[in-house]
Design a protein around this ligand. Structure first.
Ligand SMILES: Nc1ncnc2c1ncn2[C@@H]1O[C@H](COP(=O)(O)OP(=O)(O)OP(=O)(O)O)[C@@H](O)[C@H]1O
Ligand SMILES: [Mg+2]
Length: 446
């Protein structure tokens, strides 16, 4: 990335250009305010008259001076200089400023003296003046050039409202353009990163045809998604390979077990091996299920929440009853959800089955619907989980206490499956200790 393409340079140049444009406008605006020559008012005519009389009296006081000298030396108190023109258009003065040359084209009529104000100066005239019986046209000119800066300042201070208006008019589009140029690609990238965070790794990173920091960020995100996909694909392959490879020895184990039972008859040891083989098989099935949920694309569907959970809740009720516990639940609202139905029910089922497993007597299931999300709360009155372990229970294979959980026979995958399912929907799962027992909250956007 070269400096010109960088965001740093664009921001710097944008503001720098804006200030330059503003200053240029503020300096040139007063200069654009060029009025047309206007008829001289009475006060001006009187001033011109007095000037010509003053010149006349100077000439009579210093007869040794030529008219040219007298005119050159003439200084009016208000800093007007005099210029004399022959009727044929020749000037007596050596140097005649441009505004006067332009002015005389429009104003040669002595019966109609005019005044012209520009940013360079003020010209008035003509008035007739006779010298040695020769008629001349006399013009007065005051140079304002050196006062321009002061005038601009005064003009600005006199019109603060206009100053603010000009600043707004110029700066608003420039700043808007700059802000849009910077934020619109960032917004697109933010949207893409949100989707990636939800696990949608097939999200297209908006390709930025730019070579600045934002373009590099988009390229970096592209590489990141590619690496993530490769890593996940590797993990999935490993997971399904392991699960698959574990199945073959398990099948052989079961075969050997069946033969042993036939030859030696049933025994407590063989029954134990049978139970452990069942457990192993369940674990492998769970692992394969998790791998499938995490990595295989499924179709999102519109599902009716109440019918999706109806059977699950009835089963939970039955299971709790079998264990001599009470399952109290509120009916889920009859709303439609865009979701992966299998994932939602397995997430809720895993949490409910844990609660049934650990509850002493009562399990509660509740749904709360707001305009943005639906929250499922599953509560039990069991032993709960030590606070420092709560953060870990969503990790695959994490079990709080081997001694405690050995009895229950789980594999430690249930909450990992639940966490994965919720994230896939842009939702979340959280657990905290109640009084007593564990409270698990599943949140889903609707
Ligand atoms: N309601 C609960 N009360 C107390 N401890 C719980 C509760 N729910 C989960 N746990 C603890 O969290 C651990 C992880 O739960 P998870 O559901 O992931 O695994 P599991 O129930 O042991 O096995 P699986 O669900 O895969 O059959 C459990 O082993 C258990 O120690
Ligand atoms: Mg479980």
């Amino acid at each position: 990335m070269n400096l010109i393409n960088s965001l740093f340079f664009k921001i710097f140049a944008g503001f720098w250009l804006l200030i330059l444009i503003l200053v240029a406008i503020l300096v040139t605006l007063p200069k654009l305010e060029q009025s047309q020559p206007q008829l001289l008012d009475l006060y001006g005519i009187e001033l011109l008259d007095k000037t010509s009389h003053a010149l006349f009296s100077q000439i009579t006081r210093h007869p040794e001076r030529s008219l040219k000298e007298a005119i050159d030396k003439f200084r009016h108190p208000s800093r007007f200089k005099l210029y004399a023109m022959h009727p044929d258009g020749r000037f007596l003065n050596d140097h005649v400023p441009k505004p006067i040359r332009r002015f005389v084209i429009d104003s040669e009529n002595i019966s109609k003296p005019m005044m012209w104000k520009s940013h360079k100066g003020i010209v008035v005239g003509p008035i007739s003046f006779y010298y040695n019986q020769e008629p001349l046209l006399l013009y007065a000119y005051k140079n304002l050039n050196h006062e321009t800066n002061r005038l601009v300042l005064r003009w600005l201070l006199d019109n603060p409202g206009l100053l603010i208006l000009i600043t707004l008019l110029v700066s608003t589009p420039v700043c808007l353009l700059l802000a849009w140029h910077l934020t619109s690609p960032l917004r697109q990238l933010q949207k893409a990163s949100d989707q990636i965070a939800k696990g949608q790794l097939d999200t297209q990173i908006p390709q930025q045809q730019r070579k600045d920091e934002i373009g590099e960020l988009a390229n970096g995100m592209d590489h990141m998604v590619l690496s993530l996909k490769n890593m996940l694909a590797g993990q999935q392959r490993l997971l399904s390979d392991i699960s698959h490879e574990l199945r073959s020895p398990l099948t052989r184990l079961r075969l050997a077990l069946a033969i042993s039972k036939k030859t030696q008859g049933e025994s407590a040891e063989l029954a134990r091996i049978d139970v452990e083989a069942d457990r192993l098989e369940q674990m492998i099935a769970d692992l394969l299920g998790l791998a499938r949920n995490q990595f295989q694309p499924q179709d999102i569907q519109t599902v009716q929440l109440d019918s999706l959970l109806e059977e699950l809740l009835a089963d939970a009720h039955f299971e709790a009853e079998q264990k001599g516990k009470q399952f109290i639940y509120t009916e889920p609202p009859a709303i439609e959800l865009r979701a992966y139905p299998g994932l939602i029910s397995s997430a809720i089922e895993n949490v409910i089955r844990n609660a049934i497993k650990y509850a002493s007597s009562t399990i509660k299931f509740d749904c709360q619907l707001t305009h943005k999300q639906i929250v499922f709360v599953i509560e039990d009155d069991g032993p709960g989980i030590p606070d420092h372990e709560i953060a870990h229970i969503f990790r695959p294979f994490y079990r709080v206490s081997e001694a405690r959980d050995r009895e229950s026979g789980g594999t430690g995958l249930g909450l990992a499956i639940c966490d994965n399912a919720m994230h896939k929907h842009g939702g979340s799962v959280e657990a905290h200790n109640g009084e007593p027992g564990l409270v698990v909250t599943l949140t889903l956007p609707v």
